[in-house]
Ligand binder design. Structure first.
Ligand SMILES: [Fe+2]
Length: 360
């Protein structure tokens, strides 16, 4: 058994100008717009505000998000949300993840993970392609020094607007683009849905496989996008459908390892997760259940070739060495929710994958 969750989505070059129409469909009258300190200064954002003006209601703008989403920013947003009936989030994954939690109207410390409920409509407009947050049920918020993941169907936005005219800076485009490639790769190679007992993630199935493969075909153009914004449509849609694939199938060892690598290196998520990509793929080449799938991916792209072309560091270039492997293995294997999605990778295999990654 498996299921499919996906945000209603408007796709198009310039689609941000449809924000007002989307809000009208949702009958929103009092809109809280959440953005970041930098994204709030762009001309794209002005277009969004102009479009929202057409609903003839009340609009409050807060540009509170800067850097990673944390408890303090969410709690600040919650102060505003109660007098509104909809949120528009305009920004990268951090802004969207913040908006998802603000939409519950509860301070982070009062949110019960299994009883999350939104109190307002939620429309999201990603300004960087890769996180897939516009079409997933997940939000990751920093609480103190710990990153806490919230996972609930209520966090799925009512509408997403995917507009590839919006251009992210080069460094963000490369790391979040590699993240999207890893979403598609891990969704495609994670445990098969018939082996998953009904859980939040379904495992891979015909729908997520189709989306993940198509996503990889579109995302192999990432280097051309990063260097001169060619293939913007492919990168935007590829990232989005990679988001649908992993938001339903799940991800596995690569994402678990990325948290361990981030803990040691402090590097952005897309950088960490892609530093383990090729080694994971090479290990899965010898596993019966993933062999054929890995061959299919290899015909589309080499993960390390794309990583190098977008100038992201290898695991050793992140300052990680052989001495770090025991700690990396321990942290990775403790993220059971993710490693369970490819259970053949045990502690010994994990060590092998990290060792391999250090030679690339
Ligand atoms: Fe990711």
């Amino acid at each position: 058994m498996f299921f499919l969750r996906v945000s209603k989505t408007v796709y198009g070059e310039g689609a941000r100008r449809k924000c007002g129409e989307v809000l009208k469909k949702l009958k929103a009258k009092k809109v809280l717009v959440i953005t970041g300190k930098n994204t709030g200064k762009t001309s794209y954002f002005k277009d969004v505000l102009e479009s929202i003006d057409s609903i003839d209601g009340d609009v409050t703008v807060i540009d509170i998000v800067h850097g990673e989403p944390d408890r303090e920013v969410v709690n600040e947003g919650v102060e505003y949300v109660k007098s509104h009936d909809a949120i528009v989030a305009f920004g990268g994954g951090s802004v969207i993840d913040t908006a998802k939690m603000v939409s519950t109207g509860k301070k982070i410390e009062d949110v019960e993970s299994d009883k999350i409920e939104r109190i307002v409509k939620l429309v999201v407009i990603p300004t960087t392609f890769g996180t897939g947050s516009e079409t997933t049920c997940a939000s990751v918020i920093k609480v103190g020094s710990i990153k806490k993941g919230f996972l609930h169907e209520s966090l799925l936005p009512d509408y997403a607007i995917v507009d590839w005219e919006i251009k992210a800076p080069e460094s963000v485009a490369s790391s979040s683009g590699m993240d999207a490639i890893m979403h598609a790769f891990e969704a495609y190679t994670c445990i098969e849905s018939e082996k998953v007992n009904f859980s939040f993630y379904s495992g891979s199935n015909e729908i997520t496989d189709t989306l993940a493969l198509k996503a990889l075909k579109m995302l192999r153009n990432l280097p051309e996008y990063v260097s001169n914004y060619n293939y913007a449509r492919e990168i935007a849609i590829g990232s989005n459908i990679a988001g649908i694939a992993f938001g339903n199938a799940g991800v596995h060892f690569g994402h678990a390892a990325s948290y361990a690598i981030a803990k040691l290196s402090g590097a952005p998520h897309g950088v960490c997760v892609s530093s383990i990509g090729q080694a994971l793929m090479d290990w899965l080449k010898n596993l019966d259940s993933t062999k054929e799938k890995v061959e299919r991916i290899a015909k589309i792209m080499s993960i390390d070739d794309v990583r190098k072309r977008v100038k992201l560091p290898s695991l050793s270039e992140l300052g990680i060495g052989y001495d770090d492997i025991p700690e990396l293995v321990k942290t990775t294997m403790s993220i059971k929710r993710l490693v369970a999605m490819r259970p053949e990778i045990d502690e010994r295999a994990a060590r092998e994958i990290f060792e391999m990654a250090l030679t690339y």
